[in-house]
Write a new protein. Structure first.
Length: 143
């Protein structure tokens, strides 16, 4: 009976669970519209997250309407600053999605959501860049 239950869960998850392997941005930023930033912009990006996180994550999920109302920044740094650490894989994702030049002008922001009910919902990773015209924007949400 346990094997049957395990097999049913496995098969169901293959067909109905979202796959992270297929996650991709809807649209890549336009390189000529991006501003060059540096680690010196960290305070500015931290302030921008007050607007960007609610826009990116929305009001929450069913049963947990305020799940994304409180967050902690785990990491906020330009992608080139991730080279040589465990976050470098995100830089690789950004380069694969939109090219080396876009990735080089983008930032990784890793978040922790303390009100989340489980480990999978408690973390977030977003890729940001700064538009010359409109300021900071999220171009990809991984979690």
């Amino acid at each position: 009976m346990k094997k049957l239950t395990l097999m049913t869960i496995t098969i169901t998850s293959l067909f109905f669970a979202p796959s992270q392997g297929f996650a991709q941005p809807e649209k890549c930023p336009v390189l000529s519209e991006l501003e060059t930033t540096s680690i010196k912009d960290r305070e500015e990006i931290t302030r921008a997250l007050n607007t960007l996180i609610p826009k990116t994550y929305g009001a929450g999920i069913e049963g947990f309407p305020d799940i994304y109302t409180k967050w902690n920044i785990v990491t906020a740094k330009p992608f080139p600053k991730t080279v040589g650490d465990e976050e470098e894989a995100y830089f690789g994702m950004a380069k694969t999605f939109c090219g080396k030049e876009i990735a080089a002008k983008s930032w990784l922001v890793r978040l922790e959501f303390p009100k989340a009910p489980g480990a999978n919902l408690a973390q977030g990773q977003i890729f940001l860049a700064k538009s010359k015209e409109k300021g900071w924007f999220v171009w990809f949400r991984y979690h």
